[in-house]
Design a protein around this ligand. Structure first.
Ligand SMILES: Nc1nc2c(ncn2[C@@H]2O[C@H](COP(=O)(O)OP(=O)(O)OP(=O)(O)O)[C@@H](O)[C@H]2O)c(=O)[nH]1
Ligand SMILES: [Mg+2]
Length: 328
C-alpha cells in the first residue's frame, strides 16, 4: 500500500535531514510523527520513526549540553558532605587541600596555579568529607560553573592570606558570591533571602599565620568579621591548627553521627549512621531499612536519654554520639 505522505510530512522530513543538533532533530521528528497519515501503509515507517526518536532521546541524556569549562565544575558528591575552598590567588587553597586530603593539587609561588577544580577526601575521625580546591576568585570575573558548584555544596571555606590585606580579600569574595546570589552565613541565623538567593555556611581561615605580620591581619579580620563568621588562624604549610580545622569543618555541615547496636552487643563505633541535626529515632530506623520504620516499636538510647538504656519513642530526637538499640 502506498504511504501517501503529505507535503507537511515531507517538509518536516526535510527539516529533520538538515538538523544538526539532537534537540533540533527531535523537534523535527516530533512533527513528522504527528502529521504522518496513520494507516496500514505507513505502519512500518511509523515504527522506524518511533525507534529513531527513542535513540535520539537516549543520546540527549548522555550528551552534556554545557561547555567544557563548566563541566569541570560538575563534581560528584562523595562522603558525608561537600565543602568548597574559596580564595584569592596565592592564598594557599591548594596547599591546604593537599595537606588535608593527601590528594594532589599543584602549589605554586605564582598566582593562578590552579586552573580547574579538584576534589579530594578529608578524613575526620570516622567519616570522610569531600573537599574541592578551586581556581582563584577574581574581581568581576565569574567562573562558569562555580556558582552551581557552591549551590550544590554544603559549606564553603574562605582562605585568606593574613599578610595581604585579609579584610579586602574577604570583601572581594563576599561581593563575588553575592553576584552569584549566594550569601555567606556564619554565626547566627540565616537572614531572610530574596527569591533566587541561597545561603551557604562559611568558615574563614586566616592562612600563613607562620609569617611575619600575620597577627595584625588576624586582628583586623577578627574586628571586622569576628561577630558574623567563625575565624580560625591556620598555617597550611606549617601545619598549624589543622586538626582543629577538621573539627570545625565537620561542625559546619550540620550533621550528627549516631551508632546502632543489637541487644546485648556493643555498638560498632567505626560505622556511624550520619544524619541531619534534629533527626529522630525514626530517621535512624529509616537509614537502616524502610521496612524497619513500620515495624519499629521503641528504642533504647545511650547518650542523650536521661539515663543509659532509656526507652524512647520513635519521635525522640537523637544527638551526636548517641548509641541506639532499635526494637521491632
Ligand atoms: N608561609 C606560608 N606560605 C604558604 C602557606 N600556605 C601556602 N603558602 C605558599 O603560598 C603560595 C601559594 O600557595 P597555593 O597553595 O598554590 O595557593 P592557591 O591559593 O592555591 O593559589 P592559586 O591556585 O593560584 O589560587 C605557595 O608559595 C605556598 O607555598 C602557609 O601557611 N605559610
Ligand atoms: Mg591553587
Amino acid at each position: 500500500m502506498p504511504a501517501n505522505l503529505t507535503p507537511q510530512y515531507l517538509e518536516a522530513e526535510a527539516k529533520f535531514k538538515q538538523a544538526k543538533t539532537t534537540p533540533e532533530k527531535i523537534k523535527a521528528l516530533e512533527v513528522m510523527m504527528a502529521v504522518i497519515p496513520k494507516h496500514k501503509g505507513t505502519e512500518k515507517l511509523r515504527g522506524q520513526l518511533k525507534s529513531r526518536m527513542a535513540k535520539l532521546k537516549e543520546e540527549l541524556q548522555k550528551k552534556p549540553t554545557i561547555g567544557k569549562a563548566e563541566q569541570a565544575y560538575n563534581i560528584k558528591r562523595e562522603g558525608v558532605g561537600q565543602v568548597v575552598l574559596l580564595g584569592l590567588p596565592n592564598s594557599g587553597k591548594s596547599s591546604l587541600f593537599s595537606q588535608v586530603t593527601h590528594a594532589f593539587s599543584e602549589v605554586g609561588e605564582y598566582p593562578f596555579t590552579t586552573q580547574k577544580p579538584i576534589a579530594g577526601m578529608m578524613k575526620f575521625e570516622n567519616v570522610q568529607i569531600q573537599m574541592v580546591d578551586t581556581p582563584p576568585i577574581q574581581l568581576d570575573r565569574v567562573e562558569p560553573g562555580l556558582s552551581n558548584l557552591i549551590r550544590t555544596s554544603d559549606a564553603v571555606l574562605l582562605i585568606v592570606d593574613l599578610t595581604e590585606d585579609p579584610v579586602f580579600q574577604i570583601e572581594v569574595i563576599q561581593e563575588e558570591l553575592r553576584r552569584m546570589k549566594i550569601e555567606m552565613v556564619g554565626k547566627g541565623a540565616t537572614p531572610p533571602l530574596e527569591v533566587g538567593w541561597v545561603s551557604r555556611k562559611a568558615l574563614i581561615l586566616g592562612n600563613k599565620c607562620d609569617r611575619e605580620g600575620a597577627m595584625e591581619g588576624y586582628r583586623a579580620i577578627s574586628t571586622r568579621f569576628g561577630e558574623t563568621f567563625p575565624i580560625l588562624p591556620i598555617s597550611a604549610k606549617g601545619e598549624m591548627n589543622i586538626e582543629e580545622l577538621k573539627k570545625e569543618v565537620y561542625q559546619l555541615l550540620g550533621i550528627i553521627r549516631v551508632y546502632t547496636k543489637a541487644p546485648g552487643k556493643d555498638p560498632d563505633l567505626t560505622e556511624p549512621v550520619v544524619l541531619k541535626k534534629g533527626s529522630t529515632v525514626e530517621d535512624v530506623a529509616l537509614s537502616i531499612h524502610k521496612d524497619f520504620v513500620a515495624k519499629l516499636r521503641y528504642a533504647r538510647i545511650w547518650g542523650s536519654g536521661k539515663f543509659g538504656g532509656q526507652m524512647v519513642r520513635r519521635d525522640h530526637q537523637v544527638n551526636e554520639g548517641d548509641v541506639i538499640e532499635l526494637h521491632i
